[in-house]
Every structure is written in structure tokens, then in C-alpha cells.
Write a protein that binds this ligand. Structure first.
Ligand code: NZQ
Ligand code: ZN
Length: 378
């Protein structure tokens, strides 16, 4: 196992009713909070009012930045950072899914930064220049990205068709509130996309050429089995608490660093390709991953790595047999069938992507291939 420094400092408040504790937690950081949220789901679900009341009860002044887009834009980052500086925000609270949390992290970075975070951090990856950031917290409403416990932030610049990521420990949320009841309102489409995203994060860290990381690989198999067990339940019964709770906790654990610490290398090729699809066509992240993943698996499968696909087939899908390649191929087919059961499209054409920009996307994915390595650097 490789050396590593374990660093997962986010305090997690998990379960029913935990949202009401936000005021008490937030007060530890000061009395000016910026609430960042998306296009309205938090108001429809009633979460917004509960959070505002709890913050007001704690004597906190609230400022708001609504309307964050899925695939959050750099323009929102500049807008939020300016507001933070102007009024002297002490804590940013992101209420939503990965997009809102990622945007809040970028705002937290830009608020204290002398230059332009887009150019310096996202494009040029000068991560050492980020030495301070405002504290951010999250109230998660969609189980998918793991952003609630990690230091990653993925931002899109639609002017340049770029979707780029950074990973920095300084951006890990100081606390995150995970109440599965507030994911009941996530529709089937985004529930499915979230399920695929969680699995994909595990695949990216599991399908690696190493023969080490036995413990990490077994932990990941347990998480994959959890998603395969509870994903379809949540998809078919949107308000099933146990299913939503299992997905939510798995999403956090799958990408907070725990399962990759000590592993020699992680992959992130599928994410690299998907980010280009989103950058050019603004498609839903999990849907893009669902289309690409089975093709990627078939493409990379070889005698050198078949052992890992066999472990996946045997331990996750309970596939028996003696022929390694046959087990591996059956496991890939099972993966595709699972995505099909969640109505994930199978081809790029189905989501409106033809081959006109493939070369450009490939070029960008390759130029920025180092970005893949920034996810949870051990
Ligand atoms: O904007 P609102 O109204 O809130 O609606 C959102 C949005 O339309 C909706 N939604 C969220 N919670 C809901 C809800 N609707 C009803 N009830 C609720 N409780 O869902 C839609 C999608 O939200 P979004 O935040 O975009 O989804 P997700 O959490 O999948 O985040 C995707 C973004 O995260 C990035 C992706 O690339 C993409 O930009 N990623 C971030 C990662 C990280 N920080 O570690 C890793 C991932 O690999 C990923 O790249
Ligand atoms: Zn992802």
C-alpha cells in the first residue's frame, strides 16, 4: 500500500431533522452567511424555510445567491465572490446537489484570492497558489457527487466550452448536513443519474492496474453492492427512506478519499471524457457517464487487467465460472443492464450528440488529461 495522509475533516450531521441544527453549527463561523442554491428545488421542498428559520434563530444575517445552474458557470462564481467581499461573509452554505456545492467552493476560493481562480486554478492548475478560502458548508439534496465531503470543484465556462476541475483540501466543507428526506423530491431522471455517478466514482478508483489496495477494493465492492441493491428501490419508490439514506451515505464515502488513499493510481478517464460532453452539450453528468462506462470497460479490458474485472464480476455480481474473459464480459453486460433498468440512454446520439465535435472534444480531453489526477490526490 502506498503512503498517505488521511484527511477527511468534514463534520457530518446525518439523518432526519438534522437540518434544524444548521444555525447552531453555522454560528461557530460568524454571523454573516451566504446561502447558495439552485433553480428552486429547495424552496419547493420546504428546505429553504427551515434553514432560514434556523439561521435567524441563531442570530445570523443571511445573504442569498440563487439560480446556480446544473454544470455551474464561472460567471456565478465571480458574482458570489464579489458579494462575499462586499458584505464580509463568514461562511458559505451550499444548499443543493453537486453543482451548488462546487460553485460555492469556487466562490470560497475566489473571495480570498488576488488573481482569477478560473485561469490560475482551473485552467493552469496552480493549486499551490490557493492558500486560504472562506469556510463552506453544505446541505445536500441529491446523492451523487460526493462534493459534500471532498475538496473537488467542477466549473464550466460556456464561453470557451470548458468544464474543468480542481481538488484542494482547503475546499472541503467544514460541515455537511445529510438528511435523506430532502432527497425524496429528486425526480427519477436525476435519481438515476446520481446512482450512475456514485458507481462511476467507485469504478474510477477500483479499475486500476495495481495488485494492491485489497482493503480499499473490498470497501468499494460493498459500496457498489449497496448502490445496486438500493438504487432501483429509490428509483421506483422515490420516498423510500432506507434506500435514499443508503445512497446518500454511499455517495459521500465513495469520493471523500477513503477508498483511494493508499492505492497506487486511480483512473478518471471516463470522467475526463464526460466532462467534455457536458462542456460542449451541457448534458447531465451521470447520464453521460452511464453512456460511456460500459464502452470504456469493453475498450480497456485486456489480459493485463482482467483480474480486476473478474473480482468485480464474482464479488459484486456473483458471476461464477472459470473462464476469466467470460466472467469479465458478463460483468460488463450486467453493468449495462443495470443502467438500462434505470432508463439511462445507451448512445450519445440519444442525447443529441453526433460526431461533429468528437475530435475537438478528444483534443481537449487529452490536453487536460492531467486534470484527471486532481481528484482526491493522496
Ligand atoms: O437547481 P435545483 O432547482 O436545485 O434543481 C437541481 C438540478 O436541476 C435538481 N435537484 C437537486 N436536489 C433536488 C433537486 N430536485 C428536486 N429535489 C431535490 N432534492 O437536480 C438537478 C441536478 O442538480 P446538480 O447539482 O447539477 O446534480 P449533481 O449533484 O449530480 O451535480 C452535478 C455536478 O457536479 C459535478 C458534475 O460534473 C456536475 O457539474 N461533479 C462534481 C464532483 C465533485 N465535486 O467531487 C465529482 C463528480 O464526478 C462531478 O464531476
Ligand atoms: Zn462524477
Amino acid at each position: 500500500m502506498k503512503n498517505f495522509n488521511y484527511n477527511i475533516p468534514t463534520k457530518v450531521l446525518f439523518g432526519k431533522g438534522k437540518v434544524k441544527e444548521v444555525g447552531k453549527e453555522a454560528k461557530k463561523y460568524g454571523d454573516k452567511v451566504l446561502l447558495v442554491y439552485g433553480k428552486g428545488s429547495v424552496k419547493k421542498s420546504g428546505l429553504f424555510d427551515i434553514v432560514v428559520n434556523s439561521l435567524k434563530d441563531a442570530g445570523i444575517y443571511i445573504y442569498e445567491l440563487p439560480n446556480i445552474d446544473p454544470n455551474p458557470r464561472i460567471d456565478s462564481v465571480y458574482q458570489g465572490a464579489e458579494l462575499c467581499r462586499k458584505v464580509g461573509i463568514n461562511l458559505i452554505i451550499a444548499m443543493g446537489g453537486g453543482s451548488v456545492i462546487d460553485c460555492s467552493k469556487a466562490i470560497a476560493a475566489q473571495a480570498n484570492y488576488c488573481g482569477d481562480v478560473w485561469q490560475d486554478l482551473y485552467v493552469e492548475q496552480k493549486l499551490d497558489t490557493l492558500t486560504s478560502a472562506l469556510p463552506i458548508a453544505s446541505i445536500l439534496t441529491l446523492a451523487a457527487t460526493g462534493s459534500e465531503m471532498n475538496g473537488n470543484s467542477v466549473i464550466s465556462n460556456m464561453h470557451t466550452n470548458q468544464k474543468l476541475s480542481i481538488g484542494h483540501d482547503i475546499l472541503r466543507p467544514v460541515f455537511s448536513i445529510l438528511d435523506p428526506e430532502y432527497t425524496f423530491t429528486v425526480n427519477k431522471y436525476h435519481t438515476a443519474a446520481g446512482i450512475v455517478d456514485i458507481l462511476s466514482h467507485l469504478f474510477e478508483q477500483y479499475f486500476t492496474p495495481d495488485h494492491e489496495g485489497y482493503l480499499q477494493n473490498r470497501m468499494m465492492e460493498a459500496m457498489m453492492k449497496t448502490v445496486i441493491e438500493y438504487g432501483p428501490i429509490a428509483y421506483n419508490e422515490l420516498d423510500n427512506y432506507e434506500a435514499r439514506a443508503n445512497l446518500m451515505w454511499t455517495s459521500s464515502l465513495a469520493l471523500n478519499g477513503m477508498v483511494s488513499y493508499g492505492k497506487v493510481e486511480t483512473d478518471w478517464a471516463t470522467h475526463g471524457m464526460e466532462h467534455e460532453l457536458s462542456a460542449f452539450y451541457d448534458i447531465t453528468h451521470g447520464v453521460g457517464l452511464g453512456i460511456l462506462t460500459p464502452y470504456w470497460m469493453k475498450y480497456v479490458l485486456s489480459e493485463d487487467n482482467v483480474h480486476r474485472f473478474v473480482e468485480y464480476g464474482r464479488n459484486v455480481w456473483k458471476i461464477h465460472g472459470h473462464d476469466n474473459m467470460e466472467i469479465a464480459n458478463k460483468a460488463i453486460d450486467k453493468t449495462r443492464e443495470f443502467f438500462n433498468s434505470l432508463n439511462i440512454p445507451q448512445t450519445l446520439r440519444e442525447v443529441g450528440i453526433d460526431d461533429s465535435k468528437l475530435e475537438k472534444m478528444a483534443e481537449q480531453a487529452t490536453i487536460f488529461k492531467y486534470l484527471a489526477k486532481v481528484y482526491i490526490k493522496p
